[in-house]
Design a binder for this molecule. Structure first.
Ligand SMILES: [Zn+2]
Length: 365
């Protein structure tokens, strides 16, 4: 029978799980053999193919698969109604085919990119000191980021409401994004600027907004896909975030930190502001939770333009009524929250820990 031949593909599911478990035990090996060995070749080969297309191949493929599923479902219902096939046959085929497809997709995604989830941490490979920090240290990072963000805010364009605007068109932002990665490898080992391709615009961006997603990396086509509807403050950093995934950094918080680095390294002020805005949102959002009093003092020092940008971003996401919280909303709402202080040193989540580590590195040398 035909479905039996698909069973080896179903076996890719447990095989993939086993591969992930083994990989999670050996981050050093994954780093050497996969992330800095095989993956750069894979990524460059895929980008060489898909980079030719101005549109997102992944999005087209998703639409094609959607249409195909609708057609197959229609045909199956027809066959059932006219009794050309038994329910048992349809169910068995359906389950085995679905599992086989899931096995192929899961295993391929793992081999083409997902193993990067198990590489050494970015802190480890770049030598950043992410040991626990005091609230005073967190506060110092916030102060430095406020200074950086305020200064950059004065250099960006604004729209008729006074909110930050990117330079030129939104497509132009995607075209300029790769410049942020140029030369970044000189300071941070593991970042390969040659792997940064051009991010792709998603035509159905509105669907992503409803899901609360700013961007998505497509491992099968090595394409960084960007939601083109998001506020201007987030567009440059969303593009560099998806490119961080493309370069081989799979973990969300590390991609955020690398996105900040790439924006800061960018020649254009709108990128630098977008990155600083992202980092400040994280750091200040954390300070609001850890030390509400210090937060209030520092929040008063934030430029009114930056506050307006938080409000704009917060309103944008509120408009979609998505359950997924945005950092901007968090800072915007932080006044309303009042929680107990914590003494001593601790970890604040990987993004903020990396910001603190980076601050330490700057301070010490
Ligand atoms: Zn991401």
């Amino acid at each position: 029978v035909r479905w039996r031949r698909l069973l080896p593909l179903v076996a890719l599911i447990p095989a993939g799980i086993a591969l992930q478990v083994v990989a999670s035990w050996t981050p050093g090996l994954v780093e050497r053999v996969y992330s800095t060995g095989l993956y750069p070749w894979l990524s460059r080969a895929m980008t060489a193919l898909t980079g030719w297309f101005a549109f997102s191949l992944a999005e087209m493929a998703l639409i094609a698969i959607g249409i195909w599923v609708v057609i197959v479902s229609g045909v199956t219902v027809f066959q059932l109604v006219f009794r050309h096939r038994s329910i048992r046959n349809v169910l068995l085929n359906g389950v085995v085919k679905t599992l086989a497809a899931a096995g192929v997709i899961y295993f391929a995604a793992l081999v083409l990119w997902g193993l990067n989830n198990h590489r050494s941490t970015f802190a480890h490979s770049s030598g950043l000191d992410v040991s626990p920090a005091s609230v005073a240290e967190l506060r110092a990072v916030c102060e430095a980021l406020i200074e950086e963000t305020n200064a950059l805010r004065a250099r960006v364009d604004v729209d008729e409401n006074g909110a930050m605007r990117v330079r030129g068109s939104r497509e132009h932002v995607l075209e300029r994004a790769a410049r942020g990665y140029e030369g970044l490898d000189l300071d941070y080992a593991g970042i390969d600027p040659r792997l940064a391709g051009r991010p792709k615009e998603v035509r159905g961006s509105v669907a992503m907004s409803y899901l609360g997603i700013s961007g998505i990396y497509a491992p099968f086509t090595a394409e960084p896909n960007v939601n083109m509807e998001i506020p201007d403050t987030s567009l440059p950093s969303a593009a560099t975030h998806e490119m961080a995934h493309q370069i081989g950094f799979a973990r969300e918080d590390e991609a955020n930190f690398i996105s900040y680095l790439a924006c800061r390294n960018h020649p254009d002020p709108d990128f630098r502001y977008s990155g600083a805005f992202l980092a400040l949102s994280y750091a200040l959002g954390t300070l609001a939770r850890e030390d509400p009093e210090a937060f209030e003092t520092l929040y008063a020092a934030v430029d009114d333009g930056v506050k307006l940008d938080w409000k704009t971003a917060s309103e944008f996401w509120a408009g979609y009524d998505t359950p997924i919280g945005e950092m901007s909303s968090r800072v915007n709402d932080a006044y309303l929250k009042s929680q107990g202080q914590t003494a001593g040193v601790k970890s604040y989540g990987r993004m903020v820990d990396l910001l603190i580590a980076e601050h330490r590195r700057k301070e010490s040398g």
